[in-house]
Ligand binder design. Structure first.
Ligand SMILES: [Zn+2]
Length: 512
């Protein structure tokens, strides 16, 4: 067995001191890029009660190819690093093949440096724990992995799922036409979720698991049909349906048990041993969030109106088409389209940053480490030849367009098509080497122009169709791939779950 290599507790030193000089995006290009995004975002908001149907159909987990299993593994590893809701902790991971082992490359949207170090240590600890797994100790190791995952994600699990399960099950109990069986099951969910609201870490882990186990069993029972039908009964645009929120919280909570199982199962896939034995973890710093890109020279410019933005997009269409776009935009003025654009422009939180998938991609593209060799994007440079960057969330629309524009064969998760204003391209430095025969600045300009063309088309289409394309919950990470039978939990034998539970009940576990 090869020895496990562990890096120290700090991130690698910055290579360039003093800091490298940046080349900013030119003002005209910046406006050309962000204005249609603002228009599209405002149009989406104006049409918000007409949500498009969910995309990304899920493949059946029982029939996955090796490559899909790998995607699932990497995405689950990223999911357990995404410890707070809100987007800052969204994490992306690639596993690179080096001459002397696997290098995990990992980054988050906006994580403080100390938290990046903690994430790196968490991943190293998790992989080392899985490394020690044998056929005989699978359930014990799964319990250990699950306990580490629950502890690292404690705040999120508590506030986003356990508390909400208690709250929404209580609201669902107010439904008038419940059968005694459904009422009993709801009451039990409410009781278990309330019990799990404990400050004691060991008790929280154990009770979280009991809640997961109960929800899993419930989802396989005949009563689950009622839960499903009630969650599906309301049109997607209706807000605050407790049955739908209950289902979302239940799926999300269960996804952590599924993640622990997926990570441990990966240890037994033939040829995947190096993922756990010969690995290093390289954590990438998050980017700096930039100031509002619509503010030029330190003073706020007037927020553009839809008409002004459309006029500046006129190169993309004929005069007749432009007149139609103006007419469509005017239709949306009754939903305050201009005001929505203005609000987006002036929002204090409009501070774009580089998304995690793009950070990982850029670190690979610009890798000057001799171990990476030439052509860092070649399939042989990725573990198993899988040119994949996984993430804790499906890819957002702008990242999707970024990877389409780059078109270098790297795959990312399917997109949930949600549009986030806080998106920017990676930094370009004065001393940066050319990439693919282009200067880094020219390459960025090309990418942004290609993205802009797609965003403009989307904006025109949204103005015309008046249907927003987005999802309320951007995390269908409950399942990268669906399990057979339509239940929420996989077909883990009950005996295994009992073994995991008895291990979790051992409070000494957390000192291992
Ligand atoms: Zn993104």
């Amino acid at each position: 067995m090869a020895s496990l290599r562990r890096d120290g507790p700090r991130l690698p030193p910055r290579r360039h001191t003093p800091p490298r000089d940046l080349i900013g995006v030119k003002g005209k290009l910046r406006r050309r890029f962000y204005e249609p995004i603002l228009l599209l975002s405002a149009a989406n908001e104006a049409c918000c009660n007409k949500l498009a149907p969910q995309i990304e159909p899920l493949a059946d987990r029982n029939n996955l190819t090796t490559e899909q299993l790998y995607h699932n593994y990497i995405n689950k590893l990223a999911q357990v690093c995404d410890i707070k809701s809100g987007g800052s902790y969204v994490t992306a991971i690639a596993a690179l093949q080096r001459p002397d082992g696997v290098e995990y490359r990992i980054a988050s949207n906006l994580r403080k440096e100390i938290e990046v170090v903690r994430m790196k240590e968490f991943v190293e600890d998790l992989l080392s724990t899985i490394c020690a797994c044998t056929d005989e100790t699978t359930n014990i190791v799964t319990a250990k992995v699950l306990s580490k995952v629950i502890l690292f994600n404690k705040a999120r699990l508590r506030s986003s799922y356990v508390d909400r399960l208690a709250e929404h099950s209580s609201a669902c109990l107010n439904t008038s036409d419940l059968t005694p069986v459904v009422r009993e099951k709801l009451t039990e969910v409410q009781k278990l979720a309330t019990d799990a609201k404990t400050p004691d870490a060991a008790a929280f882990i154990h009770r979280c698991f009991l809640l997961m186990k109960y929800i899993g069993k419930l989802s396989r029972s005949s009563a689950y049909r009622v839960f499903r039908d009630k969650a599906n009964a309301n049109p997607p645009g209706v807000k605050d349906c407790p049955w739908r929120e209950l289902r979302h919280a239940a799926r999300r909570l269960l996804s952590y048990l599924e993640a622990a199982q997926t990570l441990v199962e990966a240890r037994f896939i033939a040829g995947w041993e190096p993922l756990f034995y010969d690995f290093t973890v390289t954590a990438i710093r998050s980017s700096q969030a930039e100031t509002n890109p619509m503010i030029a020279g330190g003073s706020p410019t007037a927020s553009p109106t839809a008409a002004q933005i459309l006029n500046r997009m006129s190169s993309s269409c004929t005069p007749t088409q432009l007149a139609e776009h103006h007419e469509n935009a005017n239709d949306l003025q009754r939903f305050d389209l201009d005001l929505l654009i203005q609000k987006q422009c002036q929002r204090p939180t409009f501070c774009p940053y580089v998304h995690a998938e793009v950070l990982v991609h850029e670190s690979i593209v610009t890798d000057t480490n001799p171990a990476a060799g030439a052509d860092t994007l070649h399939a042989s440079k990725f573990f198993g030849n899988f040119r994949y960057i996984g993430a804790s969330k499906p890819t957002c629309r702008l990242c999707e367009y970024y990877f389409l524009a780059v078109a270098d064969g790297i795959r990312v998760r399917n997109s949930h098509r949600n549009l986030y204003l806080n998106w920017r391209a990676p930094n370009v430095y004065v001393d940066q080497a050319p990439i693919g025969g282009q200067t880094a600045e020219r390459r960025r300009e090309d990418i942004l122009n290609k993205m802009t063309a797609r965003i403009r088309s989307d904006a025109f289409r949204t103005l015309s169709d008046k249907v927003a394309e987005r999802k309320k919950h951007d995390s269908n990470t409950s399942q990268t791939y669906k399990h057979g039978g339509g239940s929420l939990l996989n077909s883990q034998p009950d005996d295994d779950l009992e073994d995991i539970e008895s291990t979790l009940a051992d409070t000494h576990l957390y000192n291992d």
